[in-house]
Design a protein around this ligand. Structure first.
Ligand code: HMG
Length: 445
């Protein structure tokens, strides 16, 4: 059977950054360690004034196509996942295709284009759509481009402000992929929840604390559903477990929850119980109202054991390195986490072809999806071509006053005229509004 999965990955970060422990915490009069230790963040990425979800997505997709030597004729599908769209009818993928057609011979006239929405999980859903399209034999030998692109901004003063970010991840989904093969091992946890939403408004209404509980509850259900397909999981089954990362502190909790779930009814559970002096009571894990007191208490004990810390350091933490530097990219976030893990493997010289990843995606509203991927032979060559570190290094460091100006520029309700902070070069830029309210773009050499 033909393998189908991710053949190439490209990341485009917004070109500005806000230093959270210094610039942001200082202005807010808060302890910098709330950001570095509590939330686990160092910097957020922001788009310059000429950047938006289209430019970031098109720039990532162009780098992907150039690297793989592709033309528009090689692409049968462009799916964009975003929760920052500016149009309820015309999908962002048409804008991105329009950008790419400015620089390539040929066009995407025979490609299927769409836009996927389910908060942050939509990026993974788009990969699924592409996978199913190829597996159904409807692709005619062509590949799909999936772009997850967001400007994850909150109202100023909202607690979520510290977790903002902006960037795009473009992925090529193909037959016989180089990076990872997808499989039918997949589980869902899904329920109608009102924890984070944007009812016809740009900035989200958020019940932050509840959103964290909902994330964990749905993730656990997804893991149970996954196990009903793939069989009981064990912590050592997976080389890395990249999770949706609204901020790394959230993944600290998800990692604990996942570990606790995987060790239940095993020797490891008994060994740890002896070490921490108590067994978990199953009921604790079924009562989400009780989460703060009961579950947290057991997990607090667990996280101090050497066994857990070793596992967390090997399997979870390497997937958080990019998120610490960029914040939440919503639909792109879990794909940034996978990329961090692969980068870690490449940097440490590890060859893990054939090993497995467990990928935990999540979208508020709410749905978690967990699936397994198998690493393919070409993963290292592909990951070594990323220039994300250089791009992060080159970001313009905003003062707090400049940050507020940039936030205003990207606030759809405000009309603000601000000079760009960086000079565009070899990229797509926003070039102004058209007569029907459309946004226009051009390529700057
Ligand atoms: P907050 O109230 O500002 O922060 O909001 P806090 O007081 O809860 O502190 C955060 C952590 O820092 C806590 O850690 C503190 O103890 C710690 P915890 O107890 O939870 O482990 N802390 C410190 N640590 C060391 N030194 C210090 C210090 N001070 C505090 N001095 C909140 C936090 C997450 C609520 C806020 O940022 C928020 O509302 N964020 C937006 C919502 C969000 O990200 N939710 C996550 C789950 S939902 C999700 O992931 C979906 C999403 O991506 C959207 C989508 O799907 O589309 C958001």
């Amino acid at each position: 059977m033909t393998a189908v999965g991710i053949d190439a990955i490209e990341i485009w970060t917004g070109k500005l950054k806000l230093d959270l422990p210094n610039t942001f915490a200082e202005k807010k009069g808060e302890d910098p360690e709330k950001y570095t230790k509590g939330l686990g963040l160092e910097n957020s990425s922001f788009p310059d004034v000429y950047e938006d979800i289209v430019t970031m997505g098109a720039n990532a997709a162009k780098r992907l196509m150039d690297r793989k030597g592709l033309t528009p004729q090689d692409i049968g599908r462009i799916d964009v996942a975003t929760e920052s769209s500016f149009d309820n009818s015309k999908p962002v993928s048409t804008y991105i295709a329009g950008c790419l057609e400015q620089v390539y011979d040929g066009n995407f006239h025979h490609a299927n284009k769409g836009e996927r929405k389910f908060a942050c999980v939509a990026g993974t859903q788009s990969i699924d759509d592409a996978y199913n399209w190829i597996k159904a034999g409807r692709n005619r030998g062509r590949s799909a481009i999936v772009v997850a692109t967001d400007t994850a901004l909150y109202e100023r003063g909202d607690p979520g402000e510290a977790t903002q970010g902006a960037g795009a991840v473009a992925m090529l989904i193909s037959e016989e992929p180089s990076v990872v093969e997808l499989s039918t091992e997949q589980g869902y946890g899904s329920a109608d929840e009102t924890d984070f939403l944007k009812p016809n408004q740009q900035f989200p209404s958020v019940d932050g604390k509840r959103s964290m509980q909902v994330y964990l509850a749905r993730m656990r259900e997804a893991l149970e559903d996954f196990e009903s397909v793939a069989g009981k999981t064990h912590p050592d089954d997976f080389a890395y477990i990249p999770f949706h990362t609204p901020f790394p502190g959230m993944v600290r909790k998800a990692g604990l929850l996942g570990y606790r779930h995987m060790i239940r009814d095993t020797d490891v559970e008994d060994e740890l119980a002896a070490e921490i002096g108590r067994q978990p009571r199953e009921a604790e894990f079924d009562n989400w109202d009780n989460y703060e007191e009961a579950v947290r208490a057991y997990m607090d004990d667990l996280k101090d054991t050497e066994q857990y810390r070793d596992w967390y350091g090997r399997v979870i933490d390497p997937a958080l390195s990019l998120a610490r530097q960029v914040g939440n990219w919503y639909t792109g976030s879990v794909h940034v986490a996978r990329t961090s893990a692969l980068k870690h493997a490449a940097e440490t010289g590890r060859d893990f072809t054939g090993e497995r990843l467990l990928v935990g995606s999540y979208g508020s509203g709410a749905q978690a999806e967990i699936h397994a991927e198998t690493v393919r032979e070409g993963w290292k060559e592909e990951i070594e071509q990323l220039n994300v570190d250089e791009k992060l290094e080159n970001r313009y460091d905003l003062s707090f006053e400049e940050y507020e100006l940039v936030h205003d520029v990207h606030d759809h309700e405000k009309e603000t005229d601000v000079e760009e902070f960086t000079a565009p070069s070899g990229e797509f830029v926003f070039s102004g509004w058209g007569r029907m309210g459309e946004r226009n773009y051009e390529y700057v050499e």
